[in-house]
Design a protein around this ligand. Structure first.
Ligand code: RIB
Ligand code: CA
Length: 325
């Protein structure tokens, strides 16, 4: 399983890495999208493919466009994808993200149109048209869109440069059940399809994102930007009591932007090649990611799993990125 370099070089100049962000905005998705859009020299965002997750699909597509317009990027295609998991009822997270999915901010309703293409068609067409190994899929949500695309067009799997997904947990406890992380738990069948498809996968699990805590000082740094984006970032990431209480009252974890941090500055992270499988049978452990850290199963490694982060370096990167918008 070859992982392609983070970004290429052509005639000595840096070529931005092409990415598609699959997302369910979602407060932390919003910050990930902003950081990606602020990093044009390294990342070319080909489109946002939306899926039901934190809130229903109609709200994730609305929020994705609100964030693009906040960043001044009405040019980025935003597409609607799957409105429910492959084999289970949709579970949403309004208690975390608010009824509209972007608790805490009063961004206007979007004026940019939703792209008419279905997100799954966009994934398939874009991967077929691009040179193999040049498009990275950044998955910040339940993996329903990606799994549906892989099922409908198996030929695209070999064309994927990398799938960088926020999801799962190794030693960290689950955040939606005692053992399962939300993105995997919402659609475990989809996660199983993606992890077993054979494309390069980089997993950013709760073990990493629980070290990326938005402390009051880090939140204040967003506000200190004194820009609309800084204000929104501070509002979106203001620690809630419940989330912060789980982490010693220090702050709430910032999950999705860690995927973009990896693409921009992989040296801020530690990683290990590991076999990862998903529980899709037992309701007790449904959506649990079983990571064979010591190789005791003999199963081949199918994922690069991040397990540590330089949190100060990451927040410096994120704050500097937001300052550019
Ligand atoms: O478990 C955290 C993940 O679930 C994040 O992607 C968050 O946005 C929610 O989708
Ligand atoms: Ca998300």
């Amino acid at each position: 399983m070859a992982h392609h370099a983070v970004s290429g070089r052509a005639e000595g100049r840096r070529v931005a890495r092409k990415i598609i962000i699959d997302t369910d905005p979602g407060q932390d998705d919003a910050l990930a999208i902003l950081l990606a859009l602020a990093s044009g020299e390294a990342l070319e965002v080909l489109g946002l493919t939306c899926v039901a997750g934190n809130v229903p699909l109609g709200l994730t597509t609305r929020n994705a466009r609100r964030i693009c317009e906040l960043a001044g990027r009405r040019d980025v295609p935003v597409m609607a994808g799957c409105d429910r998991p492959m084999g289970r009822d949709l579970v949403t997270a309004e208690h975390v993200h608010g009824e509209d999915g972007l608790r805490g901010v009063d961004l206007p309703a979007p004026t940019m149109p939703l792209d008419s293409r279905h997100a799954v068609d966009f994934l398939i067409e874009t991967l077929r048209e691009a040179a193999p190994g040049t498009v990275t899929l950044v998955a910040l949500a339940p993996l329903t869109n990606l799994a549906t695309a892989f099922r409908r067009a198996p030929d695209i799997v070999a064309r994927v440069a990398d799938i960088v997904l926020m999801g799962g947990a190794h030693r960290a406890l689950g955040n939606v059940t005692p053992v399962a992380e939300f993105n995997i738990h919402v659609d475990p069948q989809a996660a199983d399809i993606v992890l077993c498809a054979g494309a390069p996968v980089t997993i950013v699990p709760l073990d990493v994102t629980h070290k990326a805590l938005v402390t009051p000082a880090r939140n204040a740094a967003f506000a200190a930007l004194r820009t609309r984006v800084g204000q929104v970032a501070a509002a979106l990431s203001r620690p809630t009591g419940r989330e912060s209480a789980r982490h010693g009252g220090l702050g709430a974890p910032l999950h999705d932007p860690c995927t973009i941090g990896w693409l921009l500055a992989p040296d801020l992270f530690a990683a290990r090649e590991v076999n990862v499988m998903v529980e899709t049978g037992s309701e007790l452990t449904m959506g649990m990611t079983v990571m064979d850290w010591w190789g005791v199963t003999g199963r081949a490694a199918n994922a690069r799993v991040l397990h540590d982060i330089d949190a100060d370096g990451f927040f410096d990167l994120l704050t500097a990125g937001l300052a550019r918008l």
